[in-house]
Design a protein around this ligand. Structure first.
Ligand SMILES: [Zn+2]
Length: 123
């Protein structure tokens, strides 16, 4: 079982949380932005694709009336189920790079376009 802990404060992150919010996640304790390391997501995607391909191959051998549709459906389902599961078990967390810095609301007066512009529409 992979360890999903905040690299900052060692708080453990639940697996479903890590899988569901792998793009944008915050440590519940210290608020550090976290993300699933790209390698984990690649592995989960590859496993999902493999599961889908295997499922498609197996189910395409059937000779039911829905034989043309079901393999694709099964493959899709297999991918949708396996991929997040693998991500849950393989996810390693790391610090998210460079959190987007919001425009400072009260920037220093480098621009200096007119005094007393405190009442303008909020930026
Ligand atoms: Zn933390």
């Amino acid at each position: 079982m992979a360890v999903r802990i905040c690299p900052h404060c060692k708080t453990e992150i639940s697996a479903p949380e890590a899988a569901a919010r792998s793009n944008d996640m915050e440590c519940p304790k210290c608020g550090t932005r976290l993300e699933v390391a790209p390698g984990s997501r690649t592995i989960s995607t590859l496993c999902g694709l493999a599961a889908g391909a295997i499922t498609w191959h197996l189910s395409s051998g059937s000779t039911s009336d829905l034989g043309a549709v079901l393999p694709t459906l099964y493959a899709f389902l297999a991918f949708g189920i396996v991929s997040p599961l693998v991500l849950m078990f393989t996810a390693n967390l790391r610090n998210a790079p460079a959190a987007p810095v919001p425009e400072p609301a009260h920037a220093p007066a480098s621009a200096g376009h007119g005094p007393g512009d405190h009442g303008g529409g909020h930026h």
